[in-house]
Design a protein around this ligand. Sequence first.
Ligand code: KG4
Ligand code: ZN
Length: 338
Amino acid sequence: MNILAVESSCDETAVAIVRDGREVLCDCIASQVDLHRIYGGVVPEIASRKHIEAIYGLADQALQQTGLTKNDIDAVAVTYAPGLIGAVLVGVNFAKAAAMAMNKPLIPVHHIRGHIAANYIAYPNLKPPFLCLVVSGGHTMIVEVKDYTDMNILGTTLDDAAGECFDKVARVLGMPYPGGAALDKAAKLGDETKYNLPRSKPGENPYNMSFSGLKTAALNLIHHAEQVGEELDIPSLCASFSAAVSDTLVPRVVMALQQTGYRKIAVAGGVAANSRIRADILVAAEKLGAEVYMPPLSLCGDNGAMIGAQAYYEYLAGNTADMSLNAYATKSILGEAI
Ligand code: KG4
Ligand code: ZN
């Protein structure tokens, strides 16, 4: 089954064609990152306009690259939530029009389910059940993937997402948007013991996390150094910060593996590209004898292929939509309104 998949929830317009949930026939992406960089973050209105400009050309490009025609497309999938509402709407309206014009099923896909499904592309033999650490610009959670479309959230951040914190700290350090990757690179040359940053333990659910205290501590440290004229050791601050984020995430993943008995751990989302988190997960999983699944960096960030992968399983589960499909800025990975 060939699925034409559309993703436009943030600052990448993407159209992919994926066969049977696992085989990526093409993955076309138009990134707007350079454009938003001058503003230090995504400007929603500009993002929506750029999606409109890019999406038709990308769909043509996808067909041309694969040599397929519209008749070879069996369904159209789209990220319908969550994301910048204007941006998500562009993809949803395009997908609705394409599905209607081609008289094919329309499959709505939750963006975070798509991130998890990037693992199915990277690991053709991976099947649920497994645990997944989801770390993106807007979400941070530990998910029990019981089946392809049946999930349970064990714990989540109670405030900021890990990616948001990486970006904010990187921005204050003068790194270009989105700063996570630059901060990660700088951290490799630093001493992680140099700065003492907090690891929070919020609330009653031991799987829940908080990053706002860490973010504020890092920002206060930077501002204080500026005020007193102290020169910061930026690589070491980046290393200390990355260690604090990883120390917030990885022990909870270990606890989840131990308490649930799962022996497979996957990571997903843009922050899953972080070298410190990847290394710590590998070490922790090895100690527990758990299998680790980590998509290549190209599949960690937003892309259309991951939407096409998840769409196949949503389709098999009967999760299709009609022309009344709407876009949502927020929606739980379980499909509930937030
Ligand atoms: O999943 P994603 O592409 O978009 C959302 O769905 O939010 O994640 C983007 C986030 C940004 O915050 C970006 O800075 C972060 O992923 N990111 C990283 C790294 N690469 C991307 N954060 C830390 N280390 C990295 N190597
Ligand atoms: Zn994403």
